[in-house]
Design a protein around this ligand. Sequence first.
Ligand SMILES: [Zn+2]
Length: 516
Amino acid sequence: MHIQRHLFFFLLFILLLAGACRQFSPFQSFISENGTNYSLLIRNGLILDGSGAPPRAGDVLVRGDTILYTGEVDTSLISVEQTIDAGGRYISPGFIDTHAHGDPLETPAFENFLAMGATTICLGQDGESPLLEDIRNWMQQVDSVGPGVNIAMFVGHGALRELSGTAYKPEPTPPEMARMEQLLNDALDAGCFGLTTGLEYTPGLYAGEEELLALARVVGRHNGLIMSHVRNEDNDAIEASLRELLRQGQYCNVQVSHLKVVFGKGKERAEDILALLEEARSNSRFSVTADLYPYTASYTGIGIVFPQWAKPPNDYEKVKRERREELLDFLRRKVMARNGPEATLFGTKPYAGKTLAQLSAEQGRPFEEVLLDIGPAGASGAYFVMDEALQARLLADAHVMVCSDGSPTMHHPRGYGSFARIIETYVQKEQLLSLPEAVRKMTSLPAQTLGLADRGLIKPGYRADLLVFDPENVKATATFPDPHRLAEGMEWVVVNGRVAFRGGQAKTRNGRVLRK
Ligand SMILES: [Zn+2]
């Protein structure tokens, strides 16, 4: 009897101990709260969580569009619809492209972005967004089409000018200004993440200080972000252009789009620019950030080499007739200052793939006459105007993130290669960035800057935008002659919990319009 009683207490003790141990297993206590059915498990990976922390071995468990658990998963305790074996490769959050182009109603697949690991793109750039008084319908339309990637929308300042009737006027009337503020306010209420400006383009270039500050105050009230293609990116004008944006930074978060110093050279020149941004950052309660694409050629309309007086609302035909010599002289000097006609590579038909120098030789006349005929709206091209050492130093800065500034159709390799090139060239080859830091720049840094509270990290509660890759296999294969080649090496790309890209091909289109 005595012995039986001891045995009873002993067994009871063992049972209690077992129960206590059960509570000590984090995965067991997790499933006791969350159940045993899940949609996706990525196992056997090295998790780069996006924070910049070193990788750690583990699994990522997803239900629907949400990451529920990271760490060691005991597969015998759960049922999962799809299991991906990462085979010791890295698992990271999907990349966030803060400056992209493209029309989700025209080319919703956005395979170019998925192939390089970008699962969220920011549209409405350089002052251009759909000319709509109410963006909500457009957002719903895009959602029903189903884009391949998530889309964070910005309102374009140029669109505000058009919609308010300000258009090309230097100064809006008070009612027009009030209208712009109202339209901006409504778009931010509808879920846009901020305002973009394109002050080197029409109509943005007509805007003055007061207008831009008034709009910055509206953005600030929504805790939004102004992303700006600044007024002039040339070496002798970049500081003044940045200061103009930084003054708006008294009222809201600001981001320099595709940061570059056209014709600038060397690491030291980059340090000047970074010091200016750092000083503004330390004096502001708002964030001061920048993005850039990792190529030394820009890409834009040929209008970039034309004077303001040859662009709308001025009539180009009239300018050509009345100020021909003056215009030829301007074009000659401008192109020579931009590294000459060899450094301009056309990207649009019928000149695609030819440099301005080649066209000039083919036609047997000076390049400025070729340009005069093409006109400011007649072509787009790539311009080899940046310095590798300077741009690399900008990229290394902790507040600089990565963008593509590309689209599915643009004739520049950046739309297909940027994010892959960061890993291939700046992590693997040049070791300018560690892999965790590069991933941070492409995930949590943009997410925090945009105010995307549930993306950019691998963490329970965050949306399941996930990549599986081996950095040694990541390659940007697009080139200037052949710019539409998909990047290689992203083995699995998951958007909102579903496989969106695999084996070099888009699978499901599971993106959505994000609302702030
Ligand atoms: Zn731009």
